[in-house]
Design a protein around this ligand. Sequence first.
Ligand code: C5P
Length: 232
Amino acid sequence: MGKDVIVACDFSSKEETLSFLDRFDEEKPFVKIGMELFYAEGPEIVREIKKRGHRIFLDLKLHDIPNTVMKAMAVLSRLDVDMCNLHAAGTIPMMEAALRGLTRADGSRPILIAVTQLTSTDQEHMQKDLWIDRPIDEVVMHYAQNAKTAGLDGVVCSPLEAGKVHEACGSGFLTVTPGVRFADGDVGDQKRVATPALAKQIGSDYIVVGRPITAAQDPVAAYRRCLNEFCG
Ligand code: C5P
């Protein structure tokens, strides 16, 4: 498992997404489909992109009671996605139920990773709104360990945290890391960024790259540059 570039297809329609993917005639990138596209186009968009030979990370971040999450995950598993995710805040029983739902009759299942604390949540809001008083770094690491205890495969985190997650949860525990920018690229709204080469050095297993590829003059060249820096 691991060491690949996942392209975040943050488009709002099927047409835009497929015309973007049409540019790739040699490679079949691993793609991330988020809530916007999934809610706009439904499960058919997943089937269509799978049919074209891409692997899919379906980024829907489930968080509900264990029984509901288990049943929803069974649906995603039947859609044959390759990776999906949930909020570790749903607790260990919810994460265990998710795994049960995902596991197919033959024992296979998509990779399941957890979101710890969203990067949009800071210490202040975690304390004021959620009444969690511990330092946010400790909370992130604790949630990662809970995900590991529940049997999940890894977490979403910053590339800068990948080393610490591997120290706490083992080197086989996957780190899937957004917040990637080229050294000469636009940072945009991301705050704590790393280049693909630095992400590789710190030990990310998968980098999730959106605008540096989707908004590039030549997306295929930008994708290849990511592959070279990260996997080469
Ligand atoms: O365009 P960009 O490379 O910033 O896209 C990163 C992708 O990763 C987006 O789909 C964004 O929603 C997602 N993401 C993130 N930070 C997180 C979790 C997900 O940027 N902590």
